[in-house]
Design a protein around this ligand. Structure first.
Ligand SMILES: Cc1ncc(COP(=O)(O)O)c(C=O)c1O
Length: 466
C-alpha cells in the first residue's frame, strides 16, 4: 500500500529538515515570538491562500509555522503551554498514522497497556495505594469534570448517575480556581450557586477557617456539598492551597477531596518542591496535565483516582456494541466521558521511558527556581511589585509609576507594547481587582539571561509610558 499523499517520503524528510532548522535557529530567526498579524489580517491571509492552487506542501507548512506563536522560543514566557520535546513530533507522526483509539482493548491495545503503566508510575509518586487507577482524558477541563462526576456519584448519597441532581448539590473551591471547575459543575446542572467560592488570603491561598464557616452556611441553606477542590496550583498566580488542611476538612465531613494539579502536580517529581503538594496523597482524585509542566504536546491529561472503583461508578452506562461492564484496567471507555480517545498515553510513556524521572525532576526544579530568581529581581527593583511571593514558575508582577498614571491601565499598555514589539510573549492577569503582568517560565531553554532581558524590556517600555 502506498500512502496516498504527494510524495510522503520526500515531504516527510523536508518537514523534519524544516523543524530541525527551526529548533536550531529559533533564537536567531527573524520572525517574532508573537503573532504579528491582526485577526482580520490573518483571516485575509488564509482566505487568499485557500483560493490559490495548492502550493508545495513544505512551503505551506512553513507558512503555518511563521503564522504561529513560537512556544519553542525561550522568550515565550506567557501561558502555561509546554514547548514539547522534539521526540513528541516523531511520536505524534506514528500515532496519527496508527490512529488507534484507547476506548477499548481491541482498538488500542498498546496504548491501554501504556496507560496503566504511566498511571501506576504516578500512583506510586502520589502514594495513592493499591486500589488506585488512572485514565487519560483530553485536557484538564475534561479531567476536572471527570473527577467531579465521580465525586457526585460517590458523595451525593444516592445513584446520581441514574436519578440526576436531587436537591442543591455544590462543590467548594478556592476563588482562585481555574474557571473550568465552575464550568464543570454548571455543566453538571448544579447551577451558578453550585460553586461555593472559598476566599483567599494575601498569598492567594484559601483561608482555612472559611471552610467550615461556608460549609455550615451551605448546609443551613439546604445545600448538599459533595466535594472540595484544592488548587495544586492555581492558574493565575501559581499558588498551592494548603492541601493538608483541606484533606482534614474533607475527612472530617465525609466529602470528596479533589486536587486540580493540571499545572502543579508534576512538582511531585521534584525533591525540592514536592512539599508544596503535601496533603495531595490524601485526595480522592488528582488531575495532571502533561501538556503544561511535562514537556508534552496538548492534549495529554491524566486523572488519578484513589479508589479506582469510583471512576467506573461515575459512568454506569450500557452500550451493547462497545462497553463490557467489567472493571479490568483495559476497559477505559467505562471510566471516561469520551468514546474515541487518541493514544495520548504513548506520549506520556515515551516521556518516562526516554527521559525519565530524573530529567523531569531537573526540569521542574529549574523552572521553579527561575520563578524564585525572577521574584527576587522584582523585589530588588523599587518600581516593581509582586502580586505575591511565587510558589512555582508562575510570577505576577507590575510596574509602579512615579507619575499619577493609572496603574492598571499602564500595565495593560506595557504588555500591549511588548506584544507588538514581538520579542517576548508575556500575559496579564487580575489579582484581587488589580492588574498584573504574568509570566510562566516553562521553556527548558529559558535562562536567567532571557528573564533579565524581559525585565529590561518591560522597564524600558514602562519608563516611556509612565
Ligand atoms: C489549574 C488549571 N486547571 C485546569 C486548567 C484547564 O486545563 P486544559 O486547558 O488542559 O483544559 C488549567 C489551564 O490553564 C489550569 O491552569
Amino acid at each position: 500500500m502506498k500512502p496516498d499523499f504527494l510524495n510522503f517520503q520526500q515531504k516527510g524528510h523536508e518537514l523534519i529538515d524544516l523543524l530541525s532548522d527551526y529548533y536550531k535557529n529559533i533564537e536567531k530567526s527573524d520572525f517574532p515570538v508573537t503573532v504579528e498579524r491582526t485577526p482580520a489580517e490573518m483571516l485575509e491571509h488564509w482566505q487568499a491562500d485557500f483560493q490559490k492552487t495548492p502550493n508545495d506542501v513544505t512551503e505551506y507548512f512553513e507558512d503555518i509555522l511563521k503564522n504561529s506563536i513560537q512556544v519553542n522560543h525561550p522568550n515565550f514566557i506567557g501561558h502555561q503551554v509546554a514547548a514539547p520535546l522534539p521526540i513528541h513530533t516523531l511520536v505524534n507522526a506514528l500515532l496519527t498514522s496508527l490512529n488507534n483509539s484507547i476506548a477499548i482493548y481491541e482498538m488500542g491495545a498498546a496504548g491501554l497497556a501504556m496507560e496503566k503503566i504511566v498511571a501506576d508510575y504516578f500512583i506510586k509518586q502520589f502514594e495513592f495505594g493499591k486500589s488506585a487507577n488512572g485514565i487519560f482524558v483530553s485536557g484538564g477541563s475534561i479531567g476536572n469534570l471527570t473527577a467531579l462526576l465521580a465525586a457526585r456519584q460517590a458523595k451525593a448519597g444516592y445513584d446520581a448517575w441514574t436519578e440526576g441532581n436531587l436537591g442543591d448539590l455544590a462543590v467548594m473551591v478556592s476563588e482562585e480556581a481555574h474557571y473550568c471547575v465552575s464550568r464543570a459543575t454548571q455543566s453538571m446542572g448544579f447551577g451558578a450557586d453550585g460553586v461555593i467560592k472559598i476566599p483567599t488570603d494575601s498569598q492567594l491561598k484559601i483561608i482555612p477557617e472559611q471552610l467550615d464557616i461556608l460549609y455550615q452556611k451551605a448546609k443551613q441553606a439546604g445545600k448538599k456539598v459533595i466535594a472540595v477542590v484544592g488548587n495544586g496550583c492555581s492558574t493565575s498566580t501559581g499558588t498551592y492551597d494548603n492541601l493538608e488542611v483541606m484533606a482534614d476538612f474533607c475527612e472530617a465531613n465525609n466529602l470528596w477531596f479533589h486536587v486540580d494539579g493540571a499545572h502543579g502536580a508534576p512538582a511531585i517529581l521534584s525533591k525540592k518542591y514536592k512539599s508544596l503538594l503535601k496533603g495531595a496523597e490524601r485526595a480522592d482524585s488528582i488531575v495532571m496535565d502533561f501538556h503544561k509542566m511535562l514537556l508534552t504536546p496538548a492534549l495529554t491529561t491524566i486523572v488519578l483516582f484513589k479508589n479506582g472503583q469510583t471512576s467506573a461508578e461515575a459512568f454506569s452506562q450500557k452500550a451493547d456494541y462497545l462497553l463490557e461492564q467489567t472493571q479490568e484496567w483495559y476497559q477505559g471507555a467505562n471510566r471516561t466521558l469520551e468514546c474515541t480517545r487518541p493514544m495520548m498515553s504513548v506520549r506520556a510513556y515515551t516521556l518516562l521511558k526516554y527521559y525519565g524521572g530524573d530529567y523531569l525532576e531537573n526540569y521542574i526544579t529549574r523552572m521553579y527556581d527561575l520563578g524564585q530568581y525572577f521574584a527576587q529581581k522584582i523585589i530588588a527593583h523599587p518600581q516593581f511589585e509582586l502580586a505575591t511571593l511565587p510558589d512555582c514558575n508562575i510570577v505576577c508582577f507590575r510596574f509602579l509609576p512615579k507619575s499619577d498614571k493609572e496603574i492598571n491601565q499602564l500595565n495593560y499598555a506595557i504588555r500591549k507594547t511588548l506584544q507588538e514589539e514581538g520579542e517576548f510573549y508575556m500575559v496579564q492577569t487580575v489579582v484581587k481587582g488589580r492588574a498584573f503582568l504574568r509570566i510562566t517560565i516553562i521553556n527548558q531553554h529559558t535562562t536567567e539571561v532571557h528573564l533579565d532581558r524581559l525585565l529590561e524590556a518591560v522597564e524600558r517600555i514602562a519608563l516611556v509610558l509612565e
